[in-house]
Ligand binder design. Structure first.
Ligand code: 5RP
Length: 223
């Protein structure tokens, strides 16, 4: 099975976590795009969605799903999103699609985070994938130095040769060379550094369930 087929499989499997009658939280990325395609089949059963990015909003609207502002809604029953990495406790690295800040906000307002991933995303220790960090541009170089003190190498993510600008008008640092053995402590610490908008380690907003697509089918892992 190709990775694309695995993503389709797990995108469809996530439908069973959508609660009829309830607004659903929707993440960002190629796996979520498969979920959005599948959601078209039950769009009449939900009042709408809260989206974590402009890209997902456009896809949701294209299939006729109403997109609510987070400020208009209360707690969401579920938030469905992908991950760049997930460990054995449901901690994740996210932000490969640069949507980490809105993803963390919507996840924080949701009762359950349902992570949809293929089995290439499973890791023992977070940090194999570069850790995305959304930053205020004026703080970039001091944060690069701060990560270097921790043993990491932070580089500004580029798009068309220029710093990528997020949906929130900020920049992304991708940090390599760190092994995150204590995700909760790491997230707490880095979140406090001036200039950090959001660190892409999701330990406080970890997954409640991971639907993991493998060639043998979709495994359900509850944490
Ligand atoms: C976007 C994300 C994505 O969920 C993550 O990058 C996984 O993406 P994909 O499903 O394309 O592998 O965090 O900011």
């Amino acid at each position: 099975m190709t990775q694309d087929e695995l993503k389709t499989l797990v995108g469809r499997a996530a439908l069973k976590y959508v609660v009829p009658g309830e607004i659903v939280g929707v993440g960002t990325g190629s796996t979520v795009n498969k979920f959005i395609e599948a959601l078209a089949t039950m769009k009449d059963q939900v009042p709408g969605a809260v989206s974590s990015s402009v890209a997902s909003t456009e896809r949701l609207q294209a299939i006729g799903v109403r997109v609510f502002d987070l400020n208009e809604v209360g707690e969401l029953a579920v938030y469905i999103d992908g991950a760049d990495e997930i460990d054995g406790r449901g901690h994740m690295v996210k932000g490969g699609g640069a949507a980490l800040t809105r993803e963390k906000i919507v996840a924080a307002q949701s009762r359950r985070f349902i992570c949809i991933a293929d089995d290439s995303k499973r890791v023992e220790v977070l940090g194999r994938f570069p850790i995305p960090v959304e930053v205020i541009p004026m703080a970039t170089q001091r944060l690069v130095r701060q990560f270097a003190l921790q043993g990491g190498t932070a580089t500004v993510r580029l798009k068309d040769g220029q710093p990528l600008v997020t949906d929130n008008g900020q920049h992304i640092l991708d940090v390599t060379g760190l092994q995150v053995r204590e995700p909760l402590a790491f997230e707490t610490q880095v979140s406090q550094w001036p200039g950090v908008v959001t660190v892409g380690v999701f330990a406080h907003q970890k997954a409640a369930v991971c639907l993991l697509a493998t060639p043998g089918g979709v495994q359900t892992i509850a944490y």
